[in-house]
Design a protein around this ligand. Structure first.
Ligand code: GDP
Ligand code: MN
Length: 397
């Protein structure tokens, strides 16, 4: 689950990480109120207005702007809220902005002593260890740094049995070219950041930029956080941070129905039990010369109700030209699934306008095939993978 910048900063602050302070506002008037409040608390006269959407590169798209007085706060917040912000990380049509973060300006005007760094904590799946990735080249696209100047990206692997060690935090501060007060500040920053990452069961914390202010404070100016969905049950407070307006509606609906669904760009919808078989089925579709419209794992209990829900979700995608159902009956019997498919089909009446190909393999597969073939419904059945691929081809050619 992804978070907004302001939510990521809340988590960071709760673990003692210094962050650029700010408040969320939903309209221009509220932005002015929040700016006044911030001035009272921090003494800042200038504010940055930052669009809150689940995508990076907001600065480039015009979603991060400096306001030098309250009139500008009102004007800029008014401009940004309601706009469709297009960044390199949004869909081509952009993402609608519903709220902004009104933050203190931390790049004190007139000073050239600030420095931006890059830092992220993430899981290295290659060796199953957490690592801190960091660079002197902050504020820029880290992918670009990796491509053109890979020697400027450093990593620090953390041994899970002992956690982040003092010498590692010192090495980071050293490699970033810091000394004196800023060096000590960076050590505290890294330590607290790592605690926040571990404590919130996150799979990624990306802080770009980490700022060294003109008075040698180290702080998080941005925060991109991905929480581990499988650990959310341990964090009721973090689970509440979910913003479903940022997620694809079709995926939200599937999640509510308990289905594992990922929307894709192809034309062949698939309904499968088990993630492994779902992947194999997507390969099968590609092998037949087409692209999958989705990934969908209906899980172990493929009864009529679940199959119907899955049908409805798949058919919401206007690109779907055929549906391939591929079920392995190991624990669940194939004839029960077949009955489920037939019943769901009956229930949906005229709503299904695309060919359906069903491949059932495993316990009672023959009975299941008979059931489908004798149902009187225009459902095509297959037993072998190859057969299923051929039928998809025939249905779409
Ligand atoms: P992103 O573009 O989505 O990564 O959003 P960021 O939060 O990283 O902000 C983009 C850029 O805005 C940063 O790299 C900074 O250069 C700039 N920025 C952020 N906060 C401030 C601020 O307080 N003052 C000034 N002058 N610039 C800021
Ligand atoms: Mn950023």
């Amino acid at each position: 689950m992804n978070l907004h910048e302001y939510q990521g900063k809340q988590i960071l602050a709760s673990y003692g990480v210094r962050v650029q302070r700010g408040y969320v506002a939903h309209n221009a008037e509220e932005a002015v109120v929040k700016a006044k409040q911030l001035t009272a608390e921090t003494g800042t006269g200038w504010h940055v207005i930052k669009a809150q959407i689940h995508a990076g590169g907001r600065g480039k798209g015009g979603g991060v702007k400096l306001a030098k007085n309250l009139e500008q706060v009102q004007e800029i917040a008014g401009q940004i809220i309601g706009m469709d912000l297009i960044t390199p990380q949004t869909p081509p049509q952009g993402k609608r902005v519903h709220k902004v973060l009104v933050a203190e300006d931390v790049y004190y005007p007139g000073e050239s002593e600030t420095k931006e760094f890059y830092m992220s904590v993430l899981l290295n799946r290659g060796n199953g260890r957490n690592m801190i990735m960091y660079s002197t080249e902050g504020g820029m696209d880290i992918e670009e740094v990796a491509e053109h100047t890979p020697h400027l990206i450093f990593t620090e692997e953390i041994d899970p049995s002992v956690g982040l060690q003092g010498f590692q935090a010192r090495r980071i501060a050293f490699n970033l070219g810091l000394s004196g007060e800023a060096f000590k500040e960076m050590i505290k920053f890294v330590d607290a950041l790592y605690k926040a990452y571990i404590g919130s069961d996150s799979s990624m914390f990306e802080i770009n930029p980490v700022l060294k202010t003109s008075d040698n404070k180290i702080m998080a100016v941005d925060a991109k956080v991905t929480l581990d969905d499988n650990a959310l049950y341990r964090h009721a407070d973090l689970a509440e941070m979910r913003d479903i307006t940022e997620e694809r509606p079709i995926e939200v609906e599937a999640k509510e129905a308990g289905l594992n669904y990922v929307d894709l760009d192809g034309t062949v919808g698939c309904m499968v039990n088990g993630a492994g078989l779902a992947m194999a089925t997507m390969d099968l579709i590609k092998y037949a010369g087409f692209e999958p419209a989705n990934f969908l794992d209906v899980g172990g209990t493929a009864d009529a109700k679940r199959v119907e829900t899955a049908f409805r979700i798949i058919l919401k995608d206007p690109n779907v030209k055929a549906i391939l159902i591929n079920i392995f009956g190991g624990i669940v019997r194939c004839d029960r699934v077949a009955q489920g498919v037939v019943d769901a089909y009956k229930n949906m009446g005229d709503d299904i306008k695309v060919p359906i190909i069903v491949r059932l393999q495993g316990t009672n597969a023959e009975i299941a095939k008979e059931l489908i073939d004798n149902s009187g419904m225009p459902i095509l059945s297959a037993v072998q993978f190859q057969e299923a691929a051929d039928q998809v081809k025939a249905a779409l050619s």
